[in-house]
Design a protein around this ligand. Structure first.
Ligand SMILES: Cc1cc2nc3c(=O)[nH]c(=O)nc-3n(C[C@H](O)[C@H](O)[C@H](O)COP(=O)(O)OP(=O)(O)OC[C@H]3O[C@@H](n4cnc5c(N)ncnc54)[C@H](O)[C@@H]3O)c2cc1C
Length: 326
């Protein structure tokens, strides 16, 4: 029997939804190891957040919160020793975090401290005479099965593969005093966060994404209008980001963000495999492209062969007329 430890991801004391998907992964792993799901919240002034996590019924058994000035601003050098220590104290053989920038930065350092084998981007966990994990490779064209033979296993979890749980039993809330000393090898200087009223791409329910076919940054304006009407986020293909039509942090795909919203609009995006790797898990895909042969139509639930410059404003207008955004 051994436990599973999830490191909660939050930005400015707001929980990132990807943490909830990671808790679902952890619950599935814990059912196989016979242990419990422990969630660790590190920060300063994060009691409310930890309380929400514990009372929300997301599938954790215990939520541990550790408030310290060392954790005020995220720094992997400060977080990693604390996570490794808690993993040892709790007998947590699986230590995981979302496969986000945060998790990809933190978990390999925790793995090094624990001498743990690493699984990146896990999409499934199962028992086949030992704990096994599935993870995608080569723009999701190959799925590998991985077994980690070290006592500790460090895992980053692809959040789009695990729904957030709701209605589970509330977790016990515990306060931890880790006496965390700040690292002498790195120091927090500043955090330049992109501020937006729109939801973060990986948390959004609706995404309106545009491609190179939009031809300019100004033309992305019509996608922003549609996204705002639907309360969604705006995304882009790599070709659009590389052309300067959209910021790099809007990029979706193999080398961008992996998303799975309820509704994904792909506007003037051809549907290259590297783009599909980042969005094909979306629940409903609407493709707008003037080329009927564009590969995006192979994954689309609804396809419109049309000029985006005509139909996107028309769609926005019709949605406004139907009362959306009022
Ligand atoms: C290692 C590697 C990693 C990569 N990672 C990523 C990644 O993370 N994300 C990603 O997106 N790509 C990635 N790519 C690039 C990928 O291969 C494609 O080049 C890119 O996705 C193409 O973007 P696009 O569909 O916007 O552009 P194009 O392929 O140029 O397609 C533009 C589309 O717009 C349509 N169009 C043009 N005008 C209109 C109009 N007026 N109305 C409607 N439709 C119109 C065209 O018919 C066409 O289908 C990667 C490539 C490599 C090699």
């Amino acid at each position: 029997m051994s436990n599973v430890l999830v490191v909660a991801e939050h930005v400015e004391k707001t929980l990132r939804k990807v943490t909830l998907s990671t808790i679902n992964f952890a619950k599935q792993a814990a059912a196989l190891t016979g242990g419990q799901v422990h969630v660790l919240v590190l920060g300063e002034g994060v009691d409310t957040l930890a309380n929400e996590l514990a009372s929300g019924g997301y599938g954790a058994n215990v939520v541990h919160v550790s408030n310290s000035a060392t954790f005020t601003n995220y720094l992997a050098e400060n977080y990693a020793p604390a996570v490794a220590q808690v993993a040892k104290d709790l007998d947590a053989s699986v230590v995981c975090a979302p496969s986000s920038t945060f998790g990809k930065d933190l978990v390999p350092r925790v793995a090094a401290l624990l001498g743990a084998g690493m699984v990146s981007d896990a999409i499934e966990v199962f028992d086949d005479g030992g704990l096994r994990f599935k993870r995608p490779l080569w723009a999701d064209n190959v799925i590998t099965t991985v077994e980690v033979t070290t006592p500790f296993k460090a895992v980053t979890v692809r959040a789009t593969a695990f729904d957030a749980l709701e209605g589970e039993a509330a977790a016990e809330l515990k306060t931890l005093d880790l006496g965390a000393a700040a690292s002498d090898s790195a120091e927090f200087v500043s955090f330049d966060q992109v501020k937006s009223d729109r939801p973060e791409l990986t948390d959004a329910d609706v995404i309106v994404a545009g491609g190179r076919g939009l031809k300019s940054a100004e033309n992305f304006g019509m996608l922003e209008q549609l996204a705002d009407l639907l309360g969604g986020a705006v995304g882009a293909s790599r070709a659009a980001a590389d052309s300067g039509y959209a910021p790099n942090d809007w990029q979706i795909g193999q080398t961008g963000k992996v998303v799975a919203p309820n509704l994904y609009f792909a506007v003037a995006i051809s549907g290259a495999i590297q783009h599909l790797a980042g969005m094909k898990g979306s629940k409903t895909i609407v493709a707008i492209n003037k080329d009927a042969e564009a590969p995006i139509f192979q994954v689309a639930d609804y396809g419109l062969v049309a000029d985006a410059f005509t139909v996107v404003p028309e769609l926005t207008e019709k949605l406004q007329a139907a009362g959306l955004g009022k």
